[in-house]
Write a protein that binds this ligand. Structure first.
Ligand SMILES: C[S@@+](CC[C@H](N)C(=O)[O-])C[C@H]1O[C@@H](n2cnc3c(N)ncnc32)[C@H](O)[C@@H]1O
Length: 211
């Protein structure tokens, strides 16, 4: 599908970020994915579950999940080819066990169903209502009934920008409302993320389930 200007600009922004800045200096960098793993465990996924990490970037989550359960099937989707290239290289021998998907989530037409949707710090960049609706439609298309979604955004006390882009801040109820019908909130928490430069950013994590 052809990209509009908005999507091209978005892609170029993220390509530049990942091509010009060391991963360990990105504000969202974390050495482990502890809070995500806590909610993944809570979802009690079966063997052979399919997990998609949306806007996964260079996150360590894919490797963490493969070590948690070797039967799980992991897809990492990102708009930036450079981020996927880096993530793939850092996974070494495990990289072939991951499906790498270069796509804009607002345009993505998945060809598989997932048991778990994970998104840390991607959804909050969607400041246009049409993009948020496209995201929610995709989520509902890919997530099986009964499947879980873990979505983390900046909280109402978090920063108003990330990577020099405006973001939308959420608490659990506004996030659930933004994602729309068909999901129910199972758990939520706020956490303080320490950036590599020592700043603290408050995140809202939500565990939702498709009903
Ligand atoms: C703040 S980073 C978070 C990366 C990762 N989830 C983590 O926790 O380390 C946001 C990520 O979302 C990706 N992204 C931004 N907009 C996107 C879109 N519309 N579709 C897919 N990925 C997108 C960016 O390339 C970037 O990797």
């Amino acid at each position: 599908m052809a990209e509009d200007n908005n999507q091209t600009t978005r892609r170029q922004h993220w390509e530049t970020v990942y091509q010009t800045k060391p991963v360990e200096q990105l504000s969202w960098f974390q050495k482990d994915a502890g809070m995500s793993l806590r909610f993944v465990r809570q979802a009690q996924l079966p063997d052979k579950a399919h997990i998609v990490d949306v806007g996964g970037g260079t996150s360590v989550l894919a490797g963490v999940l493969l070590r948690e359960n070797a039967t799980w099937s992991i897809s990492v989707l990102d708009i930036s080819a450079a981020s996927l290239h880096h993530a793939r290289a850092s996974l070494g021998d495990l990289a072939h066990r991951v499906q790498w998907v270069e796509a804009d989530v607002t345009q993505w037409r998945p060809d598989f169903a997932a048991d778990l949707w994970h998104d840390r710090a991607m959804f909050h960049f969607l400041v246009a209502e049409g993009d948020r609706k496209a995201y929610a439609d995709t989520l509902r298309t890919v997530l099986r009934p009964g499947g879980h979604a873990i979505i983390a955004t900046f909280s109402l006390h978090g920063p108003t920008q990330c990577s020099h882009l405006p973001i939308v801040r959420y608490d659990a109820s506004t996030l659930l409302a933004a994602i729309g019908d068909g999901l129910t909130l199972r758990d939520q928490c706020v956490m303080q993320h320490q950036t590599p430069s020592g700043k603290v950013q408050e995140f809202q994590f939500c565990l939702m389930q498709r009903v």
